[in-house]
Ligand binder design. Structure first.
Ligand code: C2E
Ligand code: CMP
Ligand code: CA
Ligand code: CA
Length: 383
């Protein structure tokens, strides 16, 4: 849209349906004092955006805008901006609203007015709750409230324990034993996953050494869940290398459990996955069948184990179609030299069905729930 010097683009107090990007020319932003006197707030030039505030918080225009010279504006529709904001992180949305509110207050004061009332904006309870939980999670790490539980993984043919999956728990003094379902999403989406993630590795390395002290001849490996954000940490591989040295353990005795989700992120993550594999870590593809399940990944990625999700295991005995799907997955996996672990086995029927279809290993409530380390060690010694 072309503008002429002196054009008023919009006035303070109006409703706003669009924002503007200045392609050419200069725009003056000004506030109207109670006595109609103009208070200049800013002069904006090429490449700058204005009129966005009213779109972001659905409030009225916080100031007026006038062209200081002839020029050109690019109109940005409300829907373009609002979609992006609504799909952004809840905490980022909250911070944006807070900053806007502060700017409005500042303008108001500059124009000789009073603070605007706070109740215009509803507090974003989801975001506030998230911040609170993130904070508690960070403190839980410092207060050493996280625990690593182990769920035994069995060889389905010999019924001997062959390894375990490490599963995090939060022993909260106020809420008791908290399952990851209640905090892992928030954890994985906050930067706290980085220190917590390394703590999980160290705790698993310590546990592994204690298991080896008790059962030196037992072939055993610990599976560790790793999220995309951990892989993306700039010194992930270097840190793992130094932790392996610190605890004097070999990477070969650990499996990294990843989900298909992180493979979709592509390039960099796959490169890091390869580096981990070169270090000796085994790679296990978790929740197989629930995500994108592009079979292409199986051939291209350094994957050693496929974990078939409980949603298949549950139906395999009673549903012919599920059985056909699982049977072909296992056939293909074997062609690619992958080993199969069945997740969430709850009954003998499920165990038998999966074993007959060719699953090498299994874990689930039928055999054992995830156990605290001492109970796990006892189970291992009795196996
Ligand atoms: P997952 O990796 O798929 O872990 C398997 C989940 O299934 C565990 O839940 C386990 O307790 C549960 N489970 C085991 N056997 C059975 C069964 O027979 N039936 C049923 N219905 N469930 C069974 P949990 O421990 O609550 O963990 C939930 C999710 O949280 C995990 O899913 C994983 O995605 C995440 N998680 C857990 N520990 C960690 C961790 O240390 N790091 C990361 N990044 N994520 C973790
Ligand atoms: P909006 O409130 O939609 O309409 C007025 C616009 O002026 C506002 O969005 C911002 O883009 C801009 N604006 C408001 N206050 C300032 C300020 N203090 N400095 C620079 N730009 C401002
Ligand atoms: Ca897992
Ligand atoms: Ca799983």
């Amino acid at each position: 849209m072309d503008i002429k010097q002196g054009d008023i683009i919009f006035k303070q107090g109006e409703k706003g349906n669009e924002a503007y990007l200045i392609e050419k020319g200069q725009i003056e932003i000004f506030h109207n004092h109670k006595d109609e006197q103009e208070v200049p707030l800013a002069v904006l030039g090429e490449g700058e955006l204005f009129g966005e505030m009213a779109l972001i918080d659905s409030n009225i225009r916080s100031a007026s805008a006038r062209a200081l010279s002839d020029g050109r504006l690019l109109i940005i529709e409300k829907s373009q901006l609002v979609d992006k904001i609504n799909t952004s992180d809840a905490v980022v949305q909250l911070m944006m609203r807070i900053l806007l509110h502060r700017l409005r207050d500042k303008n108001q004061i500059a124009a000789g007015g009073a603070f605007s009332p706070r109740d215009v904006e509803k507090p974003n309870t989801i975001a506030v709750e998230r911040l609170r939980l993130e904070n508690q999670i960070f403190q839980a790490l410092q207060k050493e409230e996280f625990r690593i539980y182990h769920q035994p993984i069995f060889d389905l043919n010999t019924l001997k324990i062959y390894g375990s999956e490490a599963l995090i728990r939060w022993e909260s003094p106020t809420n008791g034993l908290v399952s990851p379902g209640q905090f892992v999403d928030v954890l994985e989406n906050s930067s706290t996953i980085i220190p917590v993630g390394y703590w999980i590795f160290e705790e698993c390395f310590r546990h592994y050494n204690r298991i080896k002290e008790q059962c030196p001849d037992l072939p055993f490996s610990v599976s560790i869940n790793v999220s995309g954000r951990q892989f993306a940490h700039h010194s992930f591989v270097e840190t793992l290398k130094s932790l392996l040295l610190k605890h004097k353990v070999k990477a070969e005795n650990f499996k990294l459990e990843i989900t298909e989700r992180i493979l979709v992120e592509g390039g960099a993550v796959i490169d890091i996955l390869n580096q981990c594999h070169d270090l000796g870590f085994k790679i296990s593809l978790d929740d197989f069948g629930t995500g994108f399940s592009s079979l292409q990944y199986l051939a291209q990625m350094p994957i050693d184990y496929l974990k078939i999700d409980r949603s298949f295991v549950k139906n395999v005995a009673g549903d012919d179609k599920t059985r056909a799907v699982v049977s072909s997955i296992i056939f293909l996996a074997k062609e690619l030299d992958l080993k199969i672990i069945s997740e969430g086995i709850e009954s003998e029927t499920e165990a038998t069905a999966m074993r007959v279809l060719g699953s090498d290993f299994g874990q689930g409530y039928l055999y054992s729930k995830p156990l605290d380390f001492d109970s796990f060690l006892k189970t291992l010694l009795n196996n």
